[in-house]
Design a protein around this ligand. Structure first.
Ligand code: GDP
Ligand code: MN
Length: 390
């Protein structure tokens, strides 16, 4: 789960880390009050969306007066912000953060994420703050300094010190940076994050170390341990179909192809996406209906796939193990009564009660294409989906 910058900074404050004072508003009229409350000669007006690169896209503006603050708040609220992370369609801005301005002497980068190759968290720092870290990693990888964290030990003091010195800092700046790095590790571990990025971390003109931007993603597998995170979720930032899927406990990820997939089991779902590509089409989604699929899950799955206008054909690929194929077939028949299936459907049933399942479908009067095998099904659905292009 992703959260907004202002929420991430609230968490940093809870861990006693240095972040600028700020106020979130949803209406431009509230900017006067924010200016007065901050009492700063310069403020920064920052669009709150779940994507980075806002500065370059025009979503971060400095203001030197109450009037200018209002002007920026008006311009940014409601704007469609396009950044390299939003895609060309952009994201609409519903909230802005108004922060006291910071006199920046130097910008740095800090990141913590999981190093999947090592199976351990890694902390990274760079003197190239404020830049897109992907570009730094590509062109000058030596400018990213890393420390692998032993999860059972946590970030060691010497590791934090090594990273702080690697940034070219000295004296009290090192002390402040060690505190920041140690605190960020505590946030990462304590809040079950999958990513924390501070870009930029800054040294101010007066030698203060501060987190000017903060991005936090939580590990959804640990959500049950953090009931307080639920209220941080902003549904307006998520794909509406994915939100609906999560309400029905369906494991669904939207993609941009033309073949809707309904599969049981994550492994088979991945294999199905591969074979659809192999057959010359593109999957429109990942959908794992799970081991306990029933009429309700199949109906909800169909509804979801059919409400995606990109879906030109549907491939139902079920391997009956715990779930019986006749139950899935009944699910498809019931779903067809409840939703208007307006695209061709190819069904491949294999495993427990596959024969009974196929018979039910054959007798149902539905116009479905029954596949002989996994590959046959993929070829048929790819052809049907691509036909609609012509
Ligand atoms: P991002 O573009 O989405 O990553 O948004 P950031 O919060 O990182 O802001 C973009 C840039 O705006 C930063 O890299 C800073 O250079 C600049 N910026 C943000 N806050 C301040 C501030 O208080 N003072 C000054 N001078 N620049 C700021
Ligand atoms: Mn940033």
């Amino acid at each position: 789960m992703k959260i907004h910058e202002y929420q991430a900074k609230q968490i940093l404050r809870k861990y006693n880390l240095n972040v600028p004072k700020g106020i979130v508003i949803e209406k431009a009229e509230e900017s006067d009050g924010a200016w007065d409350a901050l009492g700063s000669a310069v403020v920064v007006v920052k669009a709150q969306i779940h994507a980075g690169g806002r500065g370059k896209g025009g979503g971060v503006k400095l203001a030197k007066s109450k009037a200018e603050t209002l002007e920026h708040a008006k311009a940014i609220l409601g704007m469609n912000l396009v950044t390299h992370q939003t895609g060309p369609e952009g994201k609409k801005v519903f909230k802005v953060l108004i922060e006291e301005g910071t006199d920046i002497a130097k910008e740095y980068y800090i990141g913590i994420t999981l190093d999947r190759a090592q199976g351990k968290p890694v902390m990274m720092v760079s003197t190239e703050g404020g830049m897109e870290i992907e570009t730094v990693a590509k062109n000058t990888p030596e400018k990213i300094i890393k420390e692998t964290i032993e999860p059972t030990l946590g970030l060691q003091r010497w590791q934090a010190a090594r990273l702080a010195y690697a940034l070219g800092l000295s004296g009290d700046e090192v002390k402040q940076t060690v505190k920041m790095l140690t605190g960020l590790w505590q946030v990462y571990n304590g809040e079950d994050c999958s990513l924390i990025e501070i870009n930029p971390l800054v040294k101010t003109a007066s030698g203060e170390i501060k987190a000017l931007d903060c991005k936090i993603n939580f590990d959804d597998n640990a959500a049950y341990r953090h009931p307080d995170h639920t209220e941080l979720r902003d549904l307006t930032e998520e794909d509406p179909l994915e939100v609906e899927a999560s309400e029905h406990n369906l494991n669904y990820v939207r993609l941009d192809g033309n073949v809707g997939c309904m599969v049981n089991g994550a492994g088979l779902a991945m294999a199905t996406m591969d074979i659809i590509k192999y057959a010359g089409a593109e999957p429109a989604n990942f959908l794992d209906v799970g081991g306990g699929a029933n009429v309700e899950t199949v109906t909800n799955g169909f509804k979801l796939l059919l409400s995606d206008p990109n879906v030109k054909a549907i491939f139902v690929n079920i391997f009956g193990g715990i779930v019986r194929c006749d139950r899935i077939a009944n699910g498809i028949i019931e779903a067809a009564k409840l939703v208007d299936i307006h695209v061709p459907v190819v069904v491949r049933l294999e495993g427990t009660n596959a024969k009974e399942g196929r018979e039910l479908l054959a007798q149902s009067g539905l116009t479905l294409t029954v596949a002989e095998s996994f590959l046959d099904g993929a070829k048929k659905v790819a052809e049907l989906a691509n036909e609609s292009k012509r």
